[in-house]
Ligand binder design. Sequence first.
Ligand SMILES: CNc1ncnc2c1ncn2[C@@H]1O[C@H](COP(=O)(O)O)[C@@H](O)[C@H]1O
Ligand SMILES: [Zn+2]
Length: 348
Amino acid sequence: MDKEADLFYRQIPKVELHAHLNGSVSFATMEKLIARKPHLNIESSRTAIHSGQRRSLAECFQVFKVIHQLVDSEEDILMVAKAVIEEFAADGVKYLELRSTPREETKTGLSKRRYIETILEAIHQCKQEGVDIDVRFLVAVDRRNGPEVAMETVKLAEDFMLSSDGVVVGLDLSGDPTVGHGKDLLPALQRARNCGLKLALHMCEVPSQKEESELLLDLPPDRIGHGTFLHPEVGGSDSLVDKVRKLNIPLELCLTSNIKGQTVPSYDKHHFQYWYERQHPCVLCTDDKGVFCTDLSQEYHLAASTFGLSQEAVWSLSQQAIHCSFAPEALKQKLEQRWAELRPHTLH
Ligand SMILES: CNc1ncnc2c1ncn2[C@@H]1O[C@H](COP(=O)(O)O)[C@@H](O)[C@H]1O
Ligand SMILES: [Zn+2]
């Protein structure tokens, strides 16, 4: 990609709303983790999907298993979370919603509560050190773990929402979409919603989730992750699209993730086009910048070059993302002001 254009995408202030912590670990941090745990004998080629490579979604989930082996202590989580936040800031992200699945690791004495506390500590340290980014956290539910764990996770998220000074703002539903059924998780998600947690749910990431998506949309979620197979052209339905449009639920769209995970055949076939044309709120995101070897600037660049977006249109996309975030009103206004100040220096 040419240098001058590249600079523009780096310089525009950005909002990242869909980033899984352990999927966002950079190559450099991964090398450090591997050096800390030589006995695991893990090669860095197993922790990322490089350019030109494709994997099935199932293989992507194997990659997360490898990464989880490398990130299993309080010390690892603190390092990884700080590095990820700093990297997003260095890429021009001014507001980040990070998400992660609390894990218990008996080997290192890590509890789920401590897991979340450690991420909050990383966020706090970055703030103290003056890293130029506001960070909020979504507690993630891995659908693979079933309804009891989901409910337990929601309770934990609820506790932290009340005690984290507004840093924990919501709940994510993620994990291998081919495992389990969303209907079993409805009571947990309903509870989360009722207690004031915002819901960002992975939906229709693979075909054949129509029935599940109908149920999840009745909650309804505050944002949708991927939504790849919502529309009728790819096997979704008018009813799903109508609901999403009526409720104006923003979509978190992750181009490279969908291409490398092979749920979308090529960039030009990405459903960004379908929703963008209909002027539906779309937010470009990275999903797993480490695993998919990307960053948010690159995702903006790819969307612009694939769909012919002007610099002005790219700017609007990043600005509109502020209003799709779960930030409180005062912070949204502060970000708006930031965008207004930076605009004359960035758009020519
Ligand atoms: C590629 N598309 C995807 N679809 C669904 N879930 C995904 C995902 N990418 C990542 N995750 C979810 O995030 C976890 C890793 O980060 P954390 O350990 O939580 O920080 C994965 O184990 C999976 O549950
Ligand atoms: Zn995701």
